[in-house]
Design a protein around this ligand. Structure first.
Ligand code: DLL
Length: 434
């Protein structure tokens, strides 16, 4: 391992070498899918497609898409391609609607995933001598065990704290001298607030960096976290269907997340037509798990919206980068016909120097959608007395109107009155579906 890379040969491989690796792995994977997953055999037969028709990664567009509903329809193990004795782990993602999505791993799959997470840790500056404090939840959720195995694969020391009991998290950060914190960005903010409330100067902690993901967060939120914890904050992306955290990760340049595309081949498509889109255009991210054994998904529709870039990166990695996600096709709110992502509301609030504690409440009155944004005041605003609160509400409403073209009612609420999240934050309450 060199200083900045976990697997330098692969992370900085010439594009032709990557193309060769991807092609070889795709051909093998397609065989595996056709022979061992009844759903794929059926889809191939319906399309008149044979495994032999796929000769290189350039043929990927010929393959059928896979949807979350396919996993749900084959719940729990119907899409697993290996016999039970080769499975070593099961995870699941709960989702907000419907059945869980269950995923499985062979020993090899766990190694691939752990390498992805180790690459992410190294890119953020972690070394073998670091304590990695893991506050993602342990359990069926992939966050905790994903970063845990990544830390061990690197040779660093994993501290498996899991989420919850926030004061104790802070005690451990301080007493053990944790070097890196891994959790959701909203939990990082909450831990930061708790450090402040406990009267601890973040500069006295050893913490250098954080690896935050599992939900969308803005550049402004990054600055808030970096300030409150006095660290460098890095983004990490992943999803259970493809592996877990570490499908892609930020390097020091922080202009997108490098995708571990030797294992997780990305495409951006137009979600309506399914056509591939070029670099720089926003669309739905689709992954093919080349090289995975237990759950080899073909062209899996993530519903995450982002764009790709193959521009050279100053870190030396040749792996393609994905932008921060703009949201998901399924958490986009349509309010009076206007598309609104919670991340856009967060961006507006933070640009007005508000803290990122908010909740969006959508309702329908007299057949008209209404949107209320509850925004928490900081302690300082609260003690400034009520004189200019109306102005603040007005300014937020005006900024939302000019950025998103939407009229929203803003309600400032008392400090610490909105629920804090120890995992993925719940920002939207949509009463229209209740
Ligand atoms: O959230 C895996 C993970 C754990 C990633 C810890 C990073 C850190 P799922 O529960 O299956 O897996 O949820 C996957 O979460 O499709 C995205 O919509 C969202 N997501 C994950 N990471 C990011 C990120 C884990 N960095 C879904 N930015 C994905 C934005 C993210 N959204």
């Amino acid at each position: 391992m060199q200083d900045n890379y976990f697997e330098p040969d692969l992370e900085t491989a010439p594009r032709e070498v990557l193309h060769w690796i991807q092609s070889r792995r795709l051909v093998k994977m397609v065989e595996n899918c056709y022979n061992n997953v009844p759903l794929y055999k059926k889809r191939f037969d319906e399309m008149g497609l044979l495994p032999g028709d796929i000769k290189s990664i350039d043929d990927i567009h010929k393959l059928p898409f896979t949807y979350k509903t396919d996993l749900r329809d084959n719940y729990p193990f119907g899409m697993i391609a290996v016999p039970k004795e080769q499975l070593v782990r099961i995870h699941a993602s709960s989702g907000t609607t419907g059945k869980q999505t269950v995923v499985g791993y062979t020993k090899n799959d766990i190694d691939v995933w752990a390498k992805g997470a180790a690459r992410a840790l190294v890119a953020a500056g972690a070394t073998k001598s670091d304590y990695i404090h893991v506050s993602y939840g342990y359990g069926l959720f992939t966050g905790g065990l994903g970063l845990h195995y990544g830390a061990e694969m690197l040779g660093a020391t994993a501290i498996p704290v899991s989420s919850g009991n926030t004061k104790r998290q802070v005690d451990i950060l301080r007493d053990y001298g944790s070097d890196f914190l891994c959790c959701t960005p909203s939990y990082a903010m909450y831990i930061g607030e708790t450090v402040r409330d406990m009267g601890i100067d973040p500069k006295t902690l050893k913490l250098r960096g954080g690896i935050f993901g599992a939900e969308a967060w803005s550049e402004n939120m990054r600055r808030e976290i970096e300030k409150i914890l006095d660290i460098k904050a890095y983004d990490i992306y992943g999803l259970s269907e493809i592996a877990g955290p570490g499908v892609s990760f930020e390097c020091k340049e922080q202009t997108g997340m490098h995708i571990n595309e030797d294992f997780f081949y990305p495409e951006i498509i137009d979600p309506e037509t399914g056509e591939q889109l070029p670099d720089g255009e926003y669309g739905e991210l689709v992954f093919t798990c080349i090289g995975k054994e237990a759950l080899p998904l073909l062209r899996y529709r993530t519903r995450d919206i982002c764009k790709l870039s193959h521009k050279p990166c100053s870190c030396g990695r040749t792996l393609v980068k994905m932008s921060k996600t703009r949201g998901r096709t399924d958490d986009m709110l349509i309010i009076r016909g206007i598309n609104v992502f919670p991340s856009q509301v967060e961006h507006v609030l933070l640009s007005l120097n508000m803290e990122p504690n908010y909740q969006i409440i959508v309702d329908r009155k007299n057949n008209l959608d209404t949107m209320e944004v509850q925004v928490e005041m900081s302690d300082q605003m609260f003690s400034d007395k009520v004189r200019n609160l109306e102005d603040v509400e007005h300014n937020i409403a005006a900024a939302l109107q000019s950025t998103l073209n939407i009229a929203a009612k803003i309600r400032l609420v008392e400090p610490k009155s909105l629920p804090r999240s120890e995992g993925k934050a719940k920002r939207v309450i949509d009463k229209r579906h209740i």
